[in-house]
Write a protein that binds this ligand. Structure first.
Ligand SMILES: [Ca+2]
Ligand SMILES: [Ca+2]
Length: 235
């Protein structure tokens, strides 16, 4: 009787083979195939250290492939995880789906974008890139760059992304630019007095200083060789 009631409470823990319906659901929710899902089951059981049959966000991030990621602290947001929620096996597999080489470009790009967006405001700014590069370089033992060399590196990356290397004068201005220029709409009445080309250049410059949106980022990754370059930490 004891065995029966225990199985009813934690039906899936520490069994070598997961129930077929869980495998099927995990495959539907992710880009993983059956052999990969079966391998992930072993990881899932191992990660469930408190043996309650589900994974907390903290348990999930103990996965060896994630544990030592330089941007580990950003993974909950990047993977859409809630730090107070518990994840069953299909949800665990679904959360890891963007790491699968067969996942859609959009899934992979969105993960990358969110890893860069350090303040989670939906835009990548120079500030985001700076903090991201610092974390990555530090983890690779390359924090011996002088401040000047680091800024050169940063500016090079910004240029490759098509972003201006100068920053908004202050946070308030950045916020204003974000609101006013997030979508580059039609020129205002006053702006119509100026040559159209100048307006576009000036407004676009301000908009880019306020950061790039996901759509702009996806365009960069999709049309240049920056995709592989930016995804150096997703392996
Ligand atoms: Ca658990
Ligand atoms: Ca941001």
């Amino acid at each position: 009787m004891g065995q029966g009631s225990s199985a009813a409470v934690v039906p899936f823990v520490n069994t070598n083979v997961p129930p077929p319906e869980l495998v099927e659901r995990a495959c539907i929710l992710s880009a993983f195939d059956t052999p990969e899902v079966l391998w992930l089951w072993q990881q899932y059981c191992r990660l469930d250290t408190d043996e309650d049959g589900v994974l907390s966000c903290e348990e999930l991030l103990e996965l060896p492939a994630l544990k030592h990621q330089p941007l580990r602290e950003r993974l909950p947001y990047a993977l859409g995880l809630n730090t107070t929620k518990q994840y069953d096996f299909p949800a665990f597999v679904a959360a890891l789906s963007p790491f699968n080489p067969r996942s859609s470009l959009d899934d992979k790009t969105r993960l990358l974008f969110r890893l860069y967006d350090s303040d989670q405001d939906g835009r990548i700014t120079k500030k985001d890139l700076r903090s991201t590069m610092k974390l990555v370089l530090k983890s690779g033992g390359e924090d011996t760059l002088s401040e000047e060399q680091f800024e050169e590196c940063l500016d090079l990356t910004l240029t490759e992304l098509g972003l201006p290397t100068d920053e908004p004068a202050d946070e308030k201005q950045a916020e204003k630019d974000k609101v006013a220029l997030g979508d580059i709409g039609a020129p205002s009445e006053a702006e119509q007095e100026t040559a159209v080309g100048e307006i576009e250049v000036s407004r676009r410059g301000s908009s880019l200083q306020a950061g790039i949106t996901y759509e702009m980022f996806a365009g960069c990754v999709g049309t240049t060789n920056l995709g592989p370059k930016l995804s150096f930490f997703i392996t």
